[in-house]
Design a protein around this ligand. Structure first.
Ligand code: NAD
Ligand code: ZN
Length: 375
């Protein structure tokens, strides 16, 4: 989920905020089937000495799996398996940082995240916090990180979120769910090996893949759109259509969805997401609904905002026989609806991007409630 404030987009001209965002990009990237085998060599060049380990944060779906055996852990490197059942939390990041500091009072060589958006975000946050004091919750916001993070590498094992390219790590804190948005968040190295996505279930493949599709639709139909975002968004959308509508081989499909995720992430980096993300954020905050499925639950009901995008979404959902849960909001109280509505309406830049400056004339609490009630 992208929750950028207006200072991150090009139309802001205020105080000391620059007019145009000076956006950091991942400086090094490897792409290709089987490229995971190169990870050991890549890390070797970054090892400080044999007592300065790499810490691998790995989705626990790989515990005992073939991939775990292939992780190039040597010397005193540590592999920590982490569940992606729940979205990352600030206290989880703080506990991991504490553990790593206790185990290795000297410097670590770096952090490697292996998994989906959840593990990408945890790896980014831990890398930041190893070099910055206090709780990670203090840094939720925009450009609050003072010191560069330790070297960190992202190895995605599922495609769609764009977390591998973004300058944010979305965390649930004690008071808010918000990203640590900073120039130090972005990975130093990403390794894109489409083979790693082979074990993903069909449902999860669809939900996380649709996150990418929805990034494209929201970016390309937003008022913040510019040639930078458009160029990446159009490419990502084209790739999504190939993956979800054409008869690609599984291998081609994995390659293309991994690149769609990358381009989709680049597209929203320089624009913004829209209605589905703003409403999905409310669902996630109240009910813990995960990002990909939450976006799908909302997006199916947004034909009035994104008519073509929603029509195509329905075709893709039917083609892949995905049945979304129903009645998710059926038993919510007035208070719970109001919580979701106020969280969603707080996403001002997303609404502005989607509907322009006068979005409040269209989006009222009653309007949002009527959409949530359909979910
Ligand atoms: P995820 O990391 O939550 O994983 C979803 C499920 O897929 C998990 O059960 C996981 O174990 C499983 N899985 C992952 N790879 C697998 C594989 N190869 N084989 C079998 N199972 C596998 O999924 P996601 O949709 O990639 O990430 C969602 C998270 O990403 C949310 O926390 C969201 O907030 C975050 N996000 C971050 C950004 C960003 O820019 N930082 C952008 C969008 C979303
Ligand atoms: Zn998203």
């Amino acid at each position: 989920m992208e929750f950028k404030d207006k200072s991150e987009i090009k139309y802001t001209i205020s105080g000391h905020n620059p007019k145009y965002k000076n956006f950091p990009m991942v400086p090094r990237v490897v792409f290709g089937q089987g490229s995971f085998n190169q990870l050991g060599d890549i890390l070797m060049a970054k090892r400080k000495h044999s007592d300065s380990p790499f810490i691998f944060l790995v989705d626990d779906v790989f515990e005992g799996a073939e991939l775990a055996v292939r992780i190039p852990a040597i010397f005193c490197d540590q592999i920590i398996f982490i569940s992606a059942e729940e979205e990352p939390k600030t206290h989880q990041v703080d506990a991991l940082v504490q553990k790593i500091r206790n185990d290795f009072p000297e410097y670590v060589s770096g952090i490697v995240g292996i998994g989906g958006g959840t593990l990408m975000d945890l790896a980014k946050a831990v890398a930041i916090m190893l070099n910055n004091e206090g709780s990670s919750s203090v840094y939720q916001g925009w450009d609050l990180v003072g010191k560069p993070s330790v070297y960190h590498v992202g190895v995605p094992t599922i495609s769609g979120t764009g977390a591998e390219v973004s300058r944010t790590t979305v965390l649930l804190g004690p008071k808010k769910k918000l990203g640590i948005n900073s120039d130090y968040t972005t990975f130093d190295q990403v390794l894109l090996d489409p083979d790693l996505t082979q074990g993903v279930s069909k449902e999860q493949w669809f939900y996380t893949g649709m996150d990418c599709y929805i990034h494209c639709i929201e970016s390309l139909n937003g008022s913040y759109l510019n040639a930078f975002s458009q160029s990446y968004g159009e490419k990502a959308l084209e790739l999504c259509k190939e993956v979800f509508l054409d008869g690609l081989t599984p291998s081609e499909s994995r390659d293309k969805l991994m690149m769609a995720s990358w381009h989709g992430g680049m597209s929203i980096a320089y624009s913004q997401v829209g209605v589905a993300h703003a409403m999905s954020y409310g669902l996630s905050y109240l009910l813990g609904v995960k990002h990909g499925i939450g976006n799908c639950l909302v997006f199916q009901h947004l034909a009035e905002f994104y008519p073509e995008g929603v029509a195509l979404f329905k075709i893709m959902r039917e083609k892949h026989e995905i049945h979304l849960p129903e009645g998710v909001c059926a038993h919510l109280s007035d208070e719970e609806f109001n919580t979701m509505i106020s969280v969603s309406m707080g996403m001002v830049p997303l609404w502005e991007n989607a509907l322009g400056q006068d979005w409040r004339k269209i989006i009222t609490p009653e309007k949002l409630r009527s959409i949530y009630q359909k979910i």
